[in-house]
Ligand binder design. Structure first.
Ligand code: UTP
Length: 289
């Protein structure tokens, strides 16, 4: 059974500079809610109450966001502001733990910091800069699958064949429409070398065996410890499966996707959908191809 989640949120966010020079990209808001709050909510909605967030230099705002703020609470209470309840809920969403990654030495290195916390239990990993919008939370989809397979499970999404060179791509034997038993991970392959069009999507269930696999993995691309390299090592001892999830993924770590995410979420927002759509139609009409 999966009881714990790990949210890596220590990365430098160089693709989003200058915004991320002094603030975490995971705190960039979609409408009015920081990205990492959506991610924590997904874990909570999946039934997880114990969440370890990997933070680092310049990431204090993440801890503050999920902490009490007595001065603000007092003010909202006095004004009978409806935000009061929303703000109070934030510090009570889950049992949150924080640990700082000392050096931004890659996603694999970040996961290593969870070793003490997760011990010999399997755990969920949710990237702190990736929102997945779905009817059933993707983490829960993976947890259900874990209950059946008792192995590491990687969430994947189908990407256009000409874009496989931007992603970590998996390859393996088809078990069902949505499941592969994996035999390879290739980071940013050429179209010819790609074993499939299924890209790793920022949600995982990992068995404790991942730590031994990380121990055995040398630093890879960009001199960082890559999780995909460790997963390749894990395959030598354990089965690993992929699950093509139902839902839509938003990577807010790059500027264009961040903009698109804000537009899509605004168009679904109870308060803004109608005025925002009118605004978009107006503004689009003023542009010619
Ligand atoms: P990215 O692959 O987006 O890397 O991380 P990055 O360094 O944050 O961003 P760029 O490429 O410089 O723009 C995916 C997730 O893994 C975390 C990030 O915070 C993000 O949520 N991460 C990455 C870590 O926690 N530690 C790391 O050393 C690297």
């Amino acid at each position: 059974m999966i009881r714990k989640a790990v949210i890596p949120a220590a990365g430098l966010g160089t693709r989003f500079l200058p915004a991320t020079k002094a603030q975490p990209k995971e705190m960039l808001p979609i409408i009015d809610t920081p990205t990492i709050q959506y991610v924590v909510q997904e874990a909570v909605n999946s039934g997880i109450e114990d969440i370890l967030i990997i933070t680092g230099k310049g990431k204090r705002a993440i801890e503050d966001h999920f902490d009490r703020n007595f001065e603000l609470e007092e003010r909202l209470l006095q004004k009978e502001d409806e935000m009061y309840n929303e703000i109070m809920k934030l510090s009570d969403m889950a049992n949150l733990y924080f640990i700082r990654q000392k050096e931004m030495a890659g996603l694999g290195d970040a996961i290593m910091y969870a070793r003490q916390h997760t011990g010999d239990e399997p755990f969920a990993v949710l990237l702190g800069d990736t929102i997945i919008d779905s009817v059933m939370p993707v983490t829960q989809q993976l947890m259900d699958m874990y209950n059946q397979y008792q192995s590491s499970i990687i969430a994947v999404e189908t990407v256009p064949a000409d874009k496989v060179n931007r992603y970590g791509i998996v390859g393996g034997k088809r078990i069902s429409d949505s499941i592969l038993q994996l035999d390879q991970f290739v980071e940013k392959p050429t179209i010819e070398a790609a074993p499939s069009d299924l890209a790793i999507a920022g949600r995982y269930i990992l068995t404790p065996g991942i730590f031994r696999a990380l121990d055995e993995t040398p630093k890879g691309k960009n001199n960082e410890l890559q999780l995909t390299d460790a997963l390749t090592n894990l395959l030598k001892r354990e089965k690993v499966f992929s699950h093509t999830f139902e839902g839509k993924r938003y990577d807010i770590g790059n500027k264009l996707d961040f903009l698109k995410t804000n537009v899509e979420f605004a168009l679904k927002h109870t308060e803004f959908a109608t005025p925002f759509l009118s605004f978009l139609k107006e503004i689009v009409a003023t542009y010619k191809d």
